[in-house]
Design a protein around this ligand. Sequence first.
Ligand SMILES: [Ca+2]
Ligand SMILES: [Ca+2]
Length: 138
Amino acid sequence: MSLAQAPEELQKKFIELGFKKMWINKEFQKFSKTFEGKIDENDLSVPTKDFIASIGADQVEAKVFQFLFDGNSDGKVAFDEVLQAYGFMETDDMEVQAKLFFGLIDKDGNGMLSRIEMKQFLAIHHLNDGSINPHYRQ
Ligand SMILES: [Ca+2]
Ligand SMILES: [Ca+2]
């Protein structure tokens, strides 16, 4: 099955945030073309490593992209996350950026950040800044 358009609810969600329907569907077509036959149709996701490989990132970039596109760190990049990440880079509206960023780290999508979600976010963030905890340094 190949879908020509992004699912209705996703379109609605991003149109409400101020994005154009055309942009949403263009991104969707790119996504479904790039990962044809690899997309898990239950949640429109692909394995994070495949996604990262497709943008040809080096090792350092890969970590950043992993954080950006798989904010909930479940090892999969869902199309929802792709839109959130690209939308985040696309918009200059701070309020929309904040919402998208929040959506990326709200793993269960219940609109609240639990202690666990917060911990995951901080853990990933700490991994990505490349610094070594001075307590462990000899
Ligand atoms: Ca994910
Ligand atoms: Ca949550």
